[in-house]
Design a protein around this ligand. Structure first.
Ligand SMILES: O=C(O)CCC(=O)C(=O)O
Ligand SMILES: [Fe+2]
Length: 303
């Protein structure tokens, strides 16, 4: 299959969108200039040494993931403010929907929000991540009644190559229905120079590649998600944590201190996408890695 199209960063937004609509993703060359890239690299180099290894096949065992990056990486903000990324997210996510309010038909456009963030540092010797759709976090259905739920970016902090784990993407797979699974031969590696970025849709099959090189492959990834994919009443800010700790576990969980399979609502705990309920249980509470379920369901999925 042909590789994704690479466009330069001053390509008009509608041309970029047309490519994404066709292929499910695009590479933007020199998304960041060299000074922004150097600052980003320095921030990452400060934050990564204390980041633990992944502990499941999805996250990788020779991969380090730093989550919650807005507290560590100033250029996380630069990434979401980049006119091209913001413009693409707005196009695919802020699509108005209409419905009745009394006898009036009202049209409302959703916002978008940051749904997930990480620095992904794939070390030499890591195997390929299973191909997946990121909108699987909501068990999103395709293509009936389909609208995009996520627009994801991967900024290349190092060069991305076919040998070092450059993200594998299945072009056009955002248009497939749920009965069609991806084959490894259908995926093409993302090859891009440091400072460039891959932008793809939540419905596009992809995964981190095998790193058979002798250097690390580092990327900054952010998912921008439909603004309504959340609880209506913000339970995390409504209930002080001391109050939640006093509630029974079934009530804590239904209020949101839980994950929805496969792991939506996780918190990072030592590099693991953990069920947040342990935060309420005090010292020595068991931490559940919500993504370990894939290791059981598909053993050896990450060679
Ligand atoms: O590391 C990569 O290239 C992709 C990672 C990814 O798709 C994920 O963890 O959801
Ligand atoms: Fe992914």
């Amino acid at each position: 299959m042909a590789a994704l199209t690479t466009l330069v960063a001053d390509t008009p937004l509608d041309e970029v969108i047309a490519v994404i609509e066709r292929d499910g993703g695009v590479v933007i060359k020199d998304f960041f200039d060299s000074s922004t890239l150097a600052e980003l690299r320095a921030e990452i180099d400060r934050a990564m040494p204390s980041t633990p290894w992944g502990q499941d096949d999805f996250s990788g065992h020779r991969t380090k993931r730093l989550y919650g990056i807005f507290q560590h990486i100033r250029h996380a903000a630069t990434t979401v403010r980049h006119p091209l990324y913001a413009g693409i997210a707005s196009h695919f996510l802020e699509i108005p929907q209409s419905g009745y309010f009394g006898e009036d038909r009202l049209e409302l456009a959703p916002t978008y929000q940051v749904g997930v963030t990480s620095i992904i540092d794939i070390h030499p010797g890591e195997g390929a991540q299973p191909l997946h759709r990121d909108d699987g976090v909501w068990q999103w259905r395709h293509p009936e009644g389909y609208r995009q739920a996520r627009v994801q970016i991967m900024v290349a902090v190092t060069d991305f190559t076919a040998d070092n784990g450059g993200t594998m993407v299945v072009p056009g797979s955002h248009l497939w229905d749920d009965d069609r699974g991806p084959k490894v031969e259908e995926a093409v590696p993302t090859e891009m120079t440091a400072g460039s970025a891959l932008i793809w849709l939540g419905g596009t099959f992809h995964g981190g590649g095998t790193n058979s090189s002798d250097s690390n492959r580092i990327g900054l990834t952010i998912g921008l998600d439909l603004g309504f994919l959340r609880q209506e009443e913000n339970a995390y800010l409504t209930y002080p944590i001391e109050v939640v700790k006093e509630l029974d576990e079934d009530i804590q969980r239904i209020l949101g201190w839980s994950v929805c399979p496969p792991g939506t609502g996780f918190v990072d705990h030592q590099g693991v996408m953990a069920d947040p309920n342990f935060l309420l249980q005090g010292e020595g509470a068991e931490v559940t890695n919500s993504f370990a379920q894939f290791d059981e369901a598909a053993p050896g999925a990450r060679p």
